[in-house]
Structure formats: structure tokens, C-alpha cells
Design a protein. Structure first.
Length: 62
């Protein structure tokens, strides 16, 4: 959840998006359930991840 909080702090997610994603992940009991997150939340999370360069070689933000 720290990465999600950092995305919010950097204004890469809106407070509403942060709350919705956080709630979804906390309520999901399995990775498969997380994968069923609504598309609009996935898009927001993917865009924030790209802007943070989360998918770099090290798998960590630069």
C-alpha cells in the first residue's frame, strides 16, 4: 500500500481513485480477485505506474 500512497502524494492518483483501489485490494482475498478490479481503476493504476517507472529493470521506482 505504500506505493499506492506514494502515487497519491505525487498526484498521480486522485483521492477518489486511491480510496477505490485501496478498498478493492484490501477486500480482495486472492490475487485472482485483485485481477477483477474494474477497468477504470486498472487504467489509473497503470498510468501512475508508468509515470513512476515501476516497470523498470529493478522493478522499483526510479
Amino acid at each position: 500500500m505504500m506505493l499506492l500512497d506514494e502515487m497519491l502524494a505525487l498526484n498521480l492518483l486522485t483521492p477518489d481513485q486511491h480510496t477505490e483501489i485501496r478498498s478493492w485490494v484490501r477486500g480482495a482475498r486472492t490475487p485472482e480477485r485483485i485481477m477483477t478490479m474494474p477497468a477504470h481503476l486498472w487504467r489509473a493504476l497503470e498510468m501512475a505506474s508508468l509515470l513512476m517507472d515501476v516497470d523498470s529493470e529493478q522493478g522499483l521506482p526510479n
